[in-house]
Design a binder for this molecule. Structure first.
Ligand code: AMP
Length: 491
């Protein structure tokens, strides 16, 4: 990796440099980059992390020998796919693509550990499309050849969009199905025959049970964000879905983090799989600058206001722990004339789609979200991720901040930490093996910074939620004694 970075710094030294610079300078979000070298390093960063256990040593040798002239052509990607990649401005495969594609073209099962924003979707979409093209078949109604499962509707929709983008010069039919919308249109598309089906587990099982989908012809089975699927309680749905798949298939699993539970689950379903580690587990992207703001709960909103006044917060994703809190903050920002909306599981699918669309198109400056958005959002130029509340699971931190700094751009990740979140911060720093730099600011709380023992833990869930809601408004806005507690819903 080092030699790659050095080479990239020498002007005009390689095709890779020129081509990557071409792609990078084309990206709108490059305006957030302090320098292009850094952006390049970030895009190409995990190259050296190929798992030492990867069994095909000669293939790895070939890969490393060909780094000087890395391109999709070197990976033997067929012309129609290269054409689509060129149209997107992608000439250099990212490390996960470089590592995974050769194995996937050979038909191997794969467990890929890849950081968010590293191009892992193309790493599986491209070889799947290529292998389908090499063995072309007419689509059969209700019986797809490819099944991709994703934990959230937004992520499923994005993966489907990637099949559309990369497959634009091929003639495969694809569709996405998820809950929260009427099933009629989905059933009609399925009945006309689709080659590629992207789904969330609930709606897939629903339509399978009604006889609209049969999985007996699935050749390629992809589980994206597998750890998240397990966290979200999809394990039983996934078991049922897997039992309907044929034994002979190629299975591709991807995740940004890998717990023991995930590893065991994957191990049972994969056959003779290649394991690729595109990045150290749970390491946060190098190009994201991280800061922690120690602050008391009641000063979090004033701090947020201050940041909007003092800093160039262009396109901001704010994370809260509960849905209700997300709504409240979006409401308060809107009152402060900052264009904001909230996205979470209690919103209808139409509201979620609209909020995402408005955020992507730049109509909204701020999207306030619960963790549902941590995996599904691929908006290239998110300038800042703000953890208004720290996540209780440290892995979520990695996913949340991965929403900025995507595809080599710089990003900022700010985390507000009150005393009862102090241990969460310690957990995050332990997981990422990185000490987050402390930011100085007007509302700094030494109490929060130094909290230990009981004071550093969240209070009992009910109490802490109510306290958090009470503290949403700055002190000056409370009329003491007249506070009306907001209803608390579980997220
Ligand atoms: P992903 O990790 O799959 O969500 O991808 C993150 C972003 O990287 C997406 O916006 C992709 O369109 C973009 N991307 C994927 N492959 C490449 C590539 N080879 N070069 C530049 N950008 C890419």
């Amino acid at each position: 990796m080092k030699c790659l970075c050095i080479r990239l710094k020498v002007p005009g030294n390689s095709i890779a440099e020129d081509a990557t610079l071409g792609r990078i300078s084309e990206m709108r979000h490059i305006k957030h980059s302090k320098n292009r070298d850094k952006a390049l390093r970030c895009l190409l960063h995990p190259l050296h992390e190929t798992d030492a256990k990867s069994r095909d040593v000669s293939l790895r040798m070939k890969l490393s020998n060909s780094r000087g002239k890395m391109s999709f052509e070197n990976l033997n990607i067929i012309a129609p796919l290269q054409q689509a990649l060129a149209k997107e401005g992608y000439t250099i495969p990212t490390p996960i693509q470089m590592q995974a594609i050769p194995y996937l073209l050979q038909g191997k099962d794969l467990m890929g550990i890849a950081q968010t924003g590293t191009g892992k979707t193309a790493a599986f979409v491209l070889p799947i499309l290529q292998r389908m093209f090499e063995n072309n078949k007419a689509p059969i109604p209700g019986a797809p050849r490819v099944l991709v499962l994703a934990p959230t509707r937004e992520l499923a929709a994005q993966i489907d969009q990637s099949f559309a983008t990369y497959g634009q010069f091929l003639r495969f039919r694809h569709t996405v199905i998820f809950g929260g919308v009427r099933q009629g249109p989905q059933v009609r598309i399925l009945s006309r025959g689709v080659d590629i089906l992207v789904a969330t587990p609930g709606r897939l099982l629903d339509l399978m049970n009604q006889g609209y989908i049969r999985l007996k012809d699935v050749e390629f089975f992809v589980l994206d964000e597998i750890d998240r699927m397990l966290d979200m309680g999809f394990i039983n749905d996934m078991r049922k879905i897997v039992s309907a798949l044929p034994q002979k298939r190629q299975s591709l699993f991807f995740s940004a983090t890998l717990s023991r539970q995930t590893g065991e689950f994957a191990e049972r379903l994969l056959k003779d799989a290649v394991r690729i580690n595109a990045a150290p587990q749970a390491s946060t992207l190098e190009c994201i600058e991280q800061r922690v703001f120690f602050v008391d709960q009641n000063n979090k909103y004033p701090l947020l206001q201050r940041l909007f006044i003092d800093q160039d917060l262009d396109r901001v994703l704010v994370f809260t722990r509960t849905k209700h809190r997300a709504d409240k903050i979006a409401e308060m920002l809107s009152k402060d004339k900052i264009n904001a909306d909230a996205i979470h599981g209690n919103k209808s699918q139409n509201q979620r789609t609209k909020a995402m669309h408005d955020f992507k198109s730049g109509h909204l400056r701020v999207l306030v979200a619960t963790d549902i958005a941590a995996r599904g959002i691929d908006v290239n130029d998110i300038s800042h991720v703000i953890n208004y509340d720290l996540p209780s699971e440290p892995e979520s931190y990695v996913h949340r901040i991965g929403r900025t700094g995507r595809a080599g751009a710089d990003g900022m990740a700010y985390s507000f930490c009150s005393s009862d979140e102090r241990n969460m911060l310690r957990g995050i720093e332990r997981l990422t093996r990185k000490k987050i730099e402390v930011s100085e600011h007007k509302y700094h709380s030494e109490n929060a910074k130094n909290a230990v023992g009981e004071a550093a833990k969240p209070a009992t869930p009910g109490r802490s939620s109510r306290a958090m809601l009470r503290n949403l408004r700055p002190d000056s806005m409370h009329k003491s004694g007249s506070h009306r507690p907001y209803p608390v819903r579980r997220n």
